[in-house]
Structures are given as structure tokens and as C-alpha cells.
Ligand binder design. Structure first.
Ligand code: TRP
Ligand code: ZN
Length: 876
């Protein structure tokens, strides 16, 4: 709640902390009414500060009930220190001092899921970014790194397991049925990496021997009922540890690595030193209850948090403007890992699709910001697709510019040079420069300029000279606060595809090159090209830009069939279906008859007929661009026309190729022992895509889906069948029966019921809002759990466009009311729900005005939390 307008924090105002904290000793006495936190801080003046007599200003939230303050053993009287809603100020300190504060907090009443809070029967913490100040008074900034010792005291029956960072150094029983465990973390860390857990938890144990032969104890703590869902996370953890040794030379440092699964959590997971805390949805997995997609998500998030031990914890951020230093780099590392564990091309296609759909939309919207933002009101609003995913793309560009060997040299240099430090993105760039001798001055614009660059390319083939000329023109649209942009360094990975495959680009016979576009306009001439080729550009999406090349449909069909690059074969198919969908959307809007395109039918036909192709690739190629992606690319979003056009194409394909879809369905509908590995995942996914097409033809699909629903032995097939039935107008009876049966069977499985909610939330048949409103009353739903809010309200508003954008504006009203119902309870989760409304400028009337009004009503709320205030005011 705010008493004044929220302050904007600027990167350029950064100053080192006047004080450092060498040692931090914490005692947590956990109680049911209140908990007592005693903090002993060994502070000293920072020699690098230019304010040698500054006061000590400790961060601390309103909720801290201060009991006492001691300086060097002397109790300060009230008046000897000052306090406001955000801080505790002590003046007149010498060069060093021991400060002891004692506060009471009430974690059982904390609904924000920041700081210390309760989830079901346990206590847990979330301190990133600025949650530690909700626990005790502290210098809660990432450049203040300290050695932590934490003693946790609690009732022994209710909280037998007491955890914190590092290694346990003492434990024992106390009076009144209480006990304690003391933990010590030898590595200095900022407060955002602190963690504490207390509860009745079961544990799965394993071990890992590091490359230097040290034995590490691995533990995953869960509720007893979830013990059968830990194997996949444990395997993913061991794979991650091995992979980081092999790929980056990074070894684990402590003797224990712990993961705790928590049901109520604002994000996916958190990399607290030695004690990662995970949303149950990001760690638990079992074939009976978990889909393939969720299995892969668990693998990716376990890896991500583990990799943070080096990219984030050993080398951390100086301030929160540097967030992408750890997040962009770590996302890059976890996507490399997933690519190595599964199929690299499939992973790249998934990442590129995600970036193009969601990050490009963010880049083009009112919250557009650079990878390194230069200001914010609420840092929690900057854990964004731009910081994470675009940040990862920027790291990937170094890799392609430097090559494997130099890139590894650069990361080694970065880790070695800055181990134990809190640094800036600049240090990362310097490491890249120092090993390569390159000057990345211009490249640094990727961190400072927001918006998605456009790269327009045209080509000319001179048959007489045997030369191909490629003309490149780059531009970047204006974004908030940045009307003009300077040219980026755009690495363009390219090849030239001739009649029967890739043509050599030089005398060495190379068929691929990385060409750097650095000017606004630039020309590349390639000699000795003996036939007119089709350029295959931006392979693997080698830069986070939008490519514009005037391909004919014949050329795209040629690339689809002949490009040596799997990513660009897929991308050619996407471009082909995209241009058809764009045209049909326009036809639908103007009530012209919709006509299917033969080229696309033929392309699908050959994909479905060729049993030698990789099923995972066929699966991806059969998926039309999503509605969300079509929205991103549209100038004005005509929701219904886009929906109709896409439905028309799907139905036309299904009708023309029904035999082929059926054959594919049968070929891949095989009995096998379930394993969440790439080959099987590809086949299941292809089968289920075929099923979704078959649902569009009268009679065939419903029976198949019903049978699959009944006989599936794994959640991937079961949920896919359920979703097919739910979305099929001809399957009303079967759909109701399946939903009821599913509910009966999985009533006790919270995460499975979230999937049940989500499948219904994104049912695109009319009446969506009524169904969602009914589900809000269902016992499987509660506004107290972020996963459930995201599964029902979040999914409806972001993935059910025809219903959310219904002409009467009811979807907007619904979202607005729920945001305001949630905002003070959980600002972070509420703020993320606002996103769909912020895109109002892209919609036609009356939606545009209705969305804007809903946003205005949110902004007008008195006492709006600053998380939402920032988004609402920047979007209006
Ligand atoms: N650092 C976490 C990650 O990316 C992100 C995170 C987890 C987070 N919980 C949070 C960020 C709460 C802000 C608030 O792995
Ligand atoms: Zn992260």
C-alpha cells in the first residue's frame, strides 16, 4: 500500500553501499502466533564509498514489529534510531559495529509469498528480489554479500525438518517440545539467496561424485504423498551437474544440495544457495499424473536453478538492473542443456516460437524495455521475457560470433575473474572482448535499446557473373522512451539452397556462414554461384529479429523440402501457413469466401506420407502458427477473423487428408513402456496433433479420443484426449463424462486438477466466461494458490482469445475485478495477470475502448499496490 506516488529507481543513480556486512547471524524462533527473528550483523564502513560518515540505513518493511536494537552491546533507546515504513536508520556509527535487532513477524498471515510465509503445513521463504527485508532489517541489495549462520528453532512434532543454506553445524532438543538446527553457509552471498524451510517433509536421497571426486549428498524434500514423483527431478539434477562440469567446467561447491517442493509459490523456482525452493509444478513428475511437456519443464527448471549456482550465486549481480546477467545467461545455459538432452532442433524451434510469440509482443507493447532496463518502479515487474529470453538470445549471439572454443574461454575467464563478486553486464561483455580481441561497443546496443529489430532482405542473382547479391536493411520501431535507434550487430546465419541442396559459398566448400549486418544498409556479394538459389536466412533464428524477405510460395515449398537446416525447413512451412492465414483473415473480415491453398495441402500431404521423417519434426511442421502468434504479427488484431481463418485451414486440411491423419495416428498409437524421452515425446505429440485434426471431421475423431481417454496409461495421452473432447462441439456428452471421470480419478492430485481447470479454461467454444465463473466455485480452485489462479484465470485471459475478447466486454470486466480482488493479497501474481489488457492499442473498437476502460478502472483504485500501478500507468 502506498502513501505517496511510487518512486522510480534509475540505473544511473547507483552508488556503492556505505556499509558492508561481513557476517550475518540469524536466529529464527518459529511460533504459531508470531515468529521472532534476531539478527546479529557485523557491519563495517565500505572503503569504496564516498560517504564516509553516512548513516546506516537498513531496509525493513512495515510488517516488522521491532522489539529492540543494540549497537555494540548497548540497547538503543527509541529516539536513538529512526524508522519509517521502509527502513531503520542508525546514525553516528564508527568504522565498524555489531548491530543486533529483534523483530516479530507473522508469517502465517503473509499472503504475498515473499519473505517468510506458510504454504500448507510448512514455513518457507522467497527472498528474491527484495523479500529479505520482510523478514528482518538488513542491507537488502545484491552487492552486499555476507557469510550467513542461521539457527532455526521450532516445535519438533510439527516441524521435524529444519533447513537453511549451507551445511548443518549443530542441532539438538530444547524445552517445551522444541528443537533447533544451525546452518552455516561458507560462501558469501547477498540476502536474496537466503532460504529457510521448516515442516513435516519426506525426503528422497541420492548422491553425485564431482569431477574432482567429492561426494555430494542430494536431497529432494516433498510431502509424503509426493514421494513417488521425485525420480525425474533427481535424474535431471544429476544430469545437470555432470553437464555443467563437461560444458562449462563448473563443479558443485557445497557438500549438500537440497530441493524443497512448495505448493504455493509465485514463480517456477528459486536458486537459493544449496537450498533451491521449487513450485511443486516445477519439480514433481510421474507418468500417471504428468504430461510430457511438464516432464520437460521440470528438467529445464531443475537445470536452470542448478546452473545459477555459478551464473548467479558464485558470480552475482551488482544491482537489479543487471538481472539479465544471471537470468539471460542461465536461460541460455539451460536451453543448451535441454538441447543436448533431447533434440537440439526441436528445442530451438520451441524456444524461437516462444520468443516470437511472447517476447516480441512484450517488445512491441507499452512495457517494452531493454535487456538492461534503465529504470523501474517495482523490480518484480522486470522478471520478464525480455530479461530472460531475449537476454538468452544475446548470450547465444556471442556464442555464434566467437565459436565454441572462444566462448568457453570467455565464460571461464568471467567465472574465474569474478568469483565471489557482484558485477555488471559490462563485466560479462569484457570477458567476451578480452578472449577474442573483438570490440563489442556496437554489440552492447542489444542491452540498451528496446524493441524487436526488423531485417529486410532482398536478393539479386546475376546469371552471367554467377554472383548472388543480398541487400540487407535493418530498422527498429520506436518504443517507449526510445524514438530513434542505432544499428544493431545482427549475426545472420545463412546458406543458399539450390535445386538439389545447399550450394558451396566459397572455395573451401562451406555451405553456411555467419554474416554480420552492422550498418543500416549493407550488401553482401557471393561469387561463383552456379544456379539461382533460394536464400536460407537467419538459420536457427540467429538473432532476435523479424526477417522480411519476399519469398514466393514456391520458394518456401522448396526450402521446406530441401533446406539442409531443420529449423529453416520448419520456418519455411510457418511462413507459408502464416501468409495464407493472413490472407484468409482478411477474407473472413470482409466476408469473402475462404479458399484453401493447394501448396499448403501438398506440403502437409508429403509430410504425412513420408514415414522416414522424424516424428517430432513432422509434429512441429503440422502445427499452424498459434492464435497468439498471429495476434503478435497482426497490425490490428481481429480476434474472430483470425480464429475463423485458422479453424478453416485446420478443417480443410483435416477433410482433404483424413486418411493420412488417421494412418499417422495409428502408426504412432503404440503400446510401449512410457518414458519421457525425446523420441517417444515426438511420437506422442504427433499422434495427438493428428487426433486434433481428426476431431474436425464428423464421426472419426470423437470415438478415437474417447477410446484414448479410457485406455491411456499416461497423462500426456489422457489430457490430450480430454482436451480434444472438450473442444469438440459434437462431443458434448463424451466431454461431460470424461471431465467427471477425470475429476473423480484425480480429485486428490492438486497439479492434475490444475490441468483439468486449464483445459476447460481454454475451451474456445462459446460460453467460456460462464464456464470459468462456475469453476471459480469448484473445490479444486482457490484464489490463495498462484498455480490455480494461473490455470484458470490466467489461462482464460491469455489463451482463450475468442471468449476473453467477447464483444460485450465481459471478459475484461471479469479480469479487472479479479485483479482488484487479488492485488493487495498477492501483488506479484496480480500484476502478471494485467498483461492481456496492456495490449489494448492493437485491438479494433469496441474492444480497444473496453480494454482501456478496464485498465483505467484498475489504475483508479485507491491504494493500488505499486506493482500494478506501474503497469497500469505505463500502459494507459
Ligand atoms: N531467480 C528465479 C529464477 O529465475 C526467479 C524467481 C523465483 C523470482 N521466485 C521469484 C523472482 C520471486 C522474483 C520473485 O530462477
Ligand atoms: Zn533464473
Amino acid at each position: 500500500m502506498r502513501d505517496a506516488l511510487p518512486q522510480t529507481i534509475h540505473l544511473q543513480d547507483y552508488k556503492v553501499s556505505p556499509f558492508l556486512i561481513d557476517k550475518t547471524d540469524l536466529v529464527f524462533d518459529l511460533g504459531e502466533d508470531h515468529s521472532r527473528v534476531t539478527a546479529t550483523l557485523s557491519v563495517r564502513r565500505n572503503p569504496d564509498s564516498d560517504e564516509p560518515s553516512a548513516d546506516l540505513v537498513l531496509h525493513g518493511s512495515e510488517g516488522l514489529d521491532l522489539q529492540s536494537v543494540q549497537v555494540d552491546g548497548v540497547n538503543l533507546k527509541e529516539g536513538a534510531y529512526t524508522r519509517d515504513s521502509e527502513s531503520l536508520t542508525i546514525s553516528g556509527l564508527g568504522d565498524s559495529a555489531t548491530i543486533i535487532t529483534e523483530v516479530l513477524i507473522q508469517p502465517q498471515l503473509n499472503t504475498t509469498m515473499m519473505g517468510l510465509y506458510r504454504s500448507r503445513t510448512m514455513y518457507c521463504t522467497q527472498c528474491e528480489a527484495e523479500g529479505f527485508r520482510d523478514i528482518t532489517y538488513y542491507l537488502d541489495r545484491p552487492d552486499v554479500m555476507s557469510e550467513f549462520t542461521s539457527k532455526v528453532i521450532a516445535d519438533k512434532v510439527l516441524y521435524p525438518v529444519l533447513l537453511s543454506n549451507g551445511n548443518p553445524i549443530a542441532s539438538g532438543d530444547l524445552d517445551g517440545g522444541r528443537h533447533f538446527v544451525t546452518w552455516h553457509d561458507p560462501f558469501k552471498k547477498p540476502a536474496y539467496l537466503f532460504a529457510l524451510v521448516a515442516g513435516t517433509l519426506a525426503v528422497v536421497e541420492d548422491s553425485f561424485t564431482t569431477m574432482s571426486g567429492r561426494d555430494i549428498k542430494l536431497q529432494i524434500f516433498v510431502e509424503e504423498k509426493d514421494l513417488d514423483k521425485c525420480d525425474h527431478a533427481m535424474l535431471s539434477l544429476k544430469n545437470s551437474m555432470r553437464w555443467d562440469e563437461k560444458t562449462y567446467g563448473r563443479e558443485y561447491d557445497l557438500d549438500i544440495f537440497m530441493i524443497v517442493a512448495v505448493d504455493d509459490f509465485n514463480m517456477g523456482a528459486m536458486e537459493n544457495k544449496g537450498l533451491n525452493i521449487f513450485n511443486t509444478s516445477a519439480v514433481l513428475a510421474n507418468p500417471k499424473t504428468t504430461t510430457d511437456a511438464a516432464f520437460q519443464r521440470v528438467e529445464g527448471i531443475v537445470a536452470h536453478e542448478y546452473f545459477h549456482n555459478w551464473s548467479g550465486n558464485r558470480v552475482t549481480c551488482r544491482d537489479w538492473f543487471q538481472l539479465s546477467l544471471k537470468e539471460g545467461f542461465t536461460v541460455y545455459r539451460d536451453s543448451q542443456f535441454s538441447a543436448d538432452m533431447n533434440s537440439a532442433t526441436v528445442k530451438r524451434i520451441e524456444d524461437a516460437t516462444y520468443l516470437r510469440t511472447h517476447q516480441f509482443a512484450e517488445d512491441g507493447g507499452p512495457m517494452s524495455h531493454p535487456v538492461q532496463p534503465d529504470s523501474y518502479m517495482e523490480i518484480n515487474n522486470f522478471y520478464t521475457l525480455t530479461v530472460y529470453e531475449k537476454g538468452a538470445e544475446v548470450v547465444g549471439m556471442y556464442h555464434s560470433l566467437l565459436g565454441d572454443e572462444l566462448f568457453r574461454k570467455a565464460t571461464d575467464l568471467y567465472f574465474d575473474r569474478h568469483d565471489g563478486q557482484a558485477v555488471t553486464i559490462e563485466e560479462f561483455v569484457k570477458a567476451m572482448e578480452d578472449v577474442s580481441g573483438r570490440d563489442f561497443t556496437q554489440f552492447r546496443r542489444w542491452y540498451k535499446q528496446s524493441g524487436t529489430p526488423h531485417l529486410k532482405v532482398s536478393s539479386h542473382y546475376d546469371a552471367a557473373d554467377k554472383t548472388l547479391t543480398l541487400d540487407f536493411a535493418q530498422s527498429c520501431p520506436a518504443t517507449p522512451g526510445q524514438p530513434q535507434k542505432q544499428a544493431f550487430v545482427v549475426p545472420v546465419k545463412l546458406g543458399l539452397v539450390g535445386r538439389s541442396g545447399d550450394l558451396p559459398l566459397n572455395a573451401n566448400g562451406d555451405t553456411e556462414m555467419v554474416y554480420e549486418v552492422t550498418e543500416t544498409n549493407q550488401q553482401l556479394v557471393i561469387e561463383n554461384i552456379h544456379e539461382a538459389p533460394v536464400p536460407s536466412l537467419l538459420r536457427g533464428l540467429s538473432a532476435p529479429v523479424k526477417l522480411d524477405y519476399p519469398y514466393s510460395s514456391e520458394q518456401l515449398a522448396h526450402l521446406m523440402a530441401n533446406d539442409s537446416d531443420g529449423f529453416n525447413r520448419w520456418d519455411a512451412g510457418q511462413k507459408l501457413s502464416f501468409s495464407l492465414l493472413e490472407k484468409l483473415t482478411d477474407d473472413s473480415l470482409h466476408q469473402r469466401p475462404l479458399v484453401m491453398d493447394k501448396q499448403l495441402v501438398d506440403a502437409y500431404d508429403s509430410l504425412l506420407s513420408d514415414a522416414s521423417l522424424d516424428p517430432a519434426m513432422v509434429d512441429l511442421m503440422l502445427q499452424l502458427p498459434s492464435e497468439a502468434q498471429l495476434h503478435e504479427e497482426a497490425h490490428i488484431i481481429h480476434v474472430d477473423a483470425i480464429h475463423s481463418a485458422r479453424k478453416f485451414v485446420r478443417k480443410a486440411l483435416a477433410e482433404t487428408l483424413s486418411d493420412k491423419f488417421l494412418a499417422v495416428y495409428q502408426r504412432h498409437n503404440i503400446e510401449q513402456v512410457y518414458a519421457p524421452e525425446a523420441e517417444q515425446i515426438g511420437r506422442r505429440s504427433l499422434k495427438n496433433v493428428a487426433l486434433s485434426y481428426l476431431m474436425l471431421i464428423d464421426n472419426i475423431g470423437v470415438d478415437l479420443a474417447w477410446k484414448q481417454f479410457q485406455s491411456a496409461d499416461n497423462m500426456t495421452d489422457k489430457a490430450a484426449a480430454l482436451s480434444c473432447l472438450v473442444n469438440c462441439p459434437a462431443a458434448a456428452v463424451q466431454s461431460a463424462a470424461a471431465l467427471a471421470e477425470f475429476e473423480e480419478q484425480y480429485r486428490e492430485e492438486g497439479l492434475v486438477m490444475n490441468l483439468w481447470l486449464q483445459i476447460q479454461a481454454i475451451n474456445s467454444q462459446s460460453g467460456g466466461l460462464k464456464r470459468v465463473e462456475a469453476l471459480l466455485e469448484h473445490s479444486a480452485f482457490t484464489m490463495r494458490n498462484p498455480n490455480k489462479i494461473r490455470s484458470l484465470i490466467g489461462a482464460f485471459c491469455s489463451a482463450n482469445p475468442v471468449n476473453f475478447h467477447s464483444a460485450d466486454g465481459s471478459g475484461y470486466q471479469f479480469l479487472q475485478e479479479h485483479i482488484l480482488a487479488l492485488h493487495s493479497q498477492n501483488p506479484q501474481v496480480a500484476a502478471r495477470l494485467v498483461t492481456p489488457l496492456t495490449r489494448w492499442k492493437k485491438f479494433p473498437e469496441p474492444n480497444r475502448q473496453q480494454m482501456r476502460d478496464a485498465l483505467q478502472r484498475i489504475a483508479d483504485e485507491p491504494d493500488l499496490v505499486k506493482d500494478i500501478y506501474e503497469i497500469a500507468t505505463k500502459s494507459l
